[in-house]
Design a protein around this ligand. Structure first.
Ligand code: FAD
Length: 303
């Protein structure tokens, strides 16, 4: 529940849908049943040591030689990297394309591919229940039939699917905020100071009221967006707003919740400590909140 189990959501709602949306009949028959049963765990690998927000600057290359793509490059920060069986890999099939994003394609890499190896499991501040890893491609040989969709369309496929990814991150942050609020509400009712429950103090009550109001705003906004997304409406601007605002709201709730737990909030025995560590990354990944604001501003100015 909340932000810590993001690896499961990433497989179900973010990575596997690429195969469903852009895969050929053969690819779907080969991979989707295993994705559904959980025999195949998926990952989506865009980020590189030198390119995160600026996706069109990726350097991983896939050069066609006969019936294979020869792939060279390094990906980093990849969720499910260690556990993955199938990786949806963003590569440059045309490194000289202008503009650069037109040279990006998506290729499915299977875990036993010669020349492909998983790097170290990265040590993170939080989210310890999901693995994050480097992936290394050193003359990796991938059959051309593993190309997803068409060559040069990868950037457009990513832009399409990033909407659902951002919605999922907003949902996980919203859920995390709701759980943190409940933990805090329980705690302040049980904790006694100066002869009474600290929930009887007006300063505590006001902070609960403020958190509850923000949480309600987040849920109302999300419910509308989920409905619009399921109805296949364009939610690019609103989902960027939701990802940005709700993840910042969840960070405020995490900080306030730890404060209201007093010293116990800083102890690992208390769930709020883990949740406080898990939440900050939600404003960084799936497109940082700075990038979300850029998208919102661009769309507002162009509408
Ligand atoms: C736990 C975790 C899991 C992740 N999982 C995945 C995954 O599964 N797959 C994957 O491909 N990636 C994944 N990522 C990578 C993540 O998407 C990137 O870290 C993120 O996009 C930011 O890229 P960067 O780290 O290179 O930062 P940079 O792009 O270097 O940005 C650094 C700072 O500069 C700001 N900045 C950059 N450009 C601009 C701009 N134009 N205007 C204003 N500010 C700007 C950013 O907002 C940020 O604050 C994960 C990261 C983490 C931490």
């Amino acid at each position: 529940m909340g932000a810590g189990t993001v690896g499961i959501g990433l497989h179900n709602d973010i990575a596997s849908p690429y195969i469903d949306s852009f895969g050929s009949k053969n690819q779907k028959e080969k991979w989707l049943p295993g994705c559904v049963t959980g025999d195949f765990i998926t990952a989506i690998a865009m980020t590189e040591p030198g390119a995160g927000s600026d996706l069109s600057a990726i350097k991983t290359k896939a050069i066609r030689k006969g019936d294979f793509y020869i792939i060279n490059g390094v990906k980093t920060f990849i969720t499910n990297g260690i556990h993955s069986d199938l990786i949806i890999l963003a590569v440059k099939t045309d490194p000289k394309a202008e503009p650069a994003h037109r040279g990006i394609s998506l290729i499915v890499v299977e875990k036993d591919t010669p020349g492909f190896r998983k790097g170290k499991k990265l040590r993170k501040v939080g989210m310890h229940s999901q693995d994050t890893a480097e992936l290394i491609f050193d003359d990796a040989r991938v059959p051309v039939e593993n190309l997803l969709g068409e060559e040069g369309k990868g950037f457009y496929y990513l832009m399409d699917k990033l909407q659902q990814e951002r919605l999922m991150v907003a949902i996980s942050a919203q859920t995390a905020a709701e759980v943190m609020f409940e933990l805090t509400k329980d705690y302040v009712q049980k904790r006694k100071a100066f002869g009474s429950s600290i929930s009887n103090l007006q300063t505590i009550q006001f902070r609960l009221a403020e958190m509850a109001t923000e949480i309600e705003i987040g849920r109302t906004f999300l419910d509308k967006l989920i409905t619009n997304h399921m109805n296949q409406l364009n939610i690019v601007t609103e989902v960027s707003m939701a990802k940005c605002w709700i993840t910042e709201m969840a960070k405020r709730v995490a900080s306030e919740s730890m404060q209201l737990h007093g010293g116990y909030g800083y102890m690992e025995e208390y769930e709020i400590a883990r949740r406080y560590r898990d939440i900050p990354v939600t404003s960084i990944y799936a497109g940082s909140n700075e990038i979300m604001k850029q998208i919102i501003a661009k769309n507002i100015l162009n509408s």
